[in-house]
Design a protein around this ligand. Structure first.
Ligand SMILES: [Zn+2]
Ligand SMILES: [Zn+2]
Length: 105
């Protein structure tokens, strides 16, 4: 999937299409294999947990050019993934006034 296509999906708020693409599914499998299907966040805390998800370290919406870069991915368990995204949401919400301004265009 090409960058302009990913950018288009972001603009249309339709990233679901990205996550359904073969390019993503292949890369996702590669990331899980590389990380031995173990949650990397739990691993940093000294625990071993099976990973079910693959997380973009730098968010697709902010860094679409990194959406299909293996180095930007890590295997993660559902628990850690939810925690990570709550943390990111808070961070994005704080910056919301800026986004509202941009929406006027
Ligand atoms: Zn975990
Ligand atoms: Zn994620």
């Amino acid at each position: 999937m090409e960058l302009h296509k990913i950018q288009q999906l972001i603009n249309q708020d339709n990233l679901v299409k990205f996550y359904q693409s073969k390019a993503w599914r292949d890369l996702r499998t590669a990331a899980l294999k590389r990380d031995n299907y173990e949650c990397q966040e739990c691993k940093r805390q000294g625990r071993v947990e099976p990973a079910q998800n693959v997380h973009h370290i730098k968010e697709v919406k902010q860094f679409p050019q990194l959406a299909l870069i293996l180095d930007n991915l890590e295997a993660i368990c559902i628990n850690c993934h939810n925690k990570e995204h709550k943390r990111l949401e808070k961070y994005i919400r704080k910056k919301k006034p800026k986004f509202l301004n941009e929406e006027r265009w």
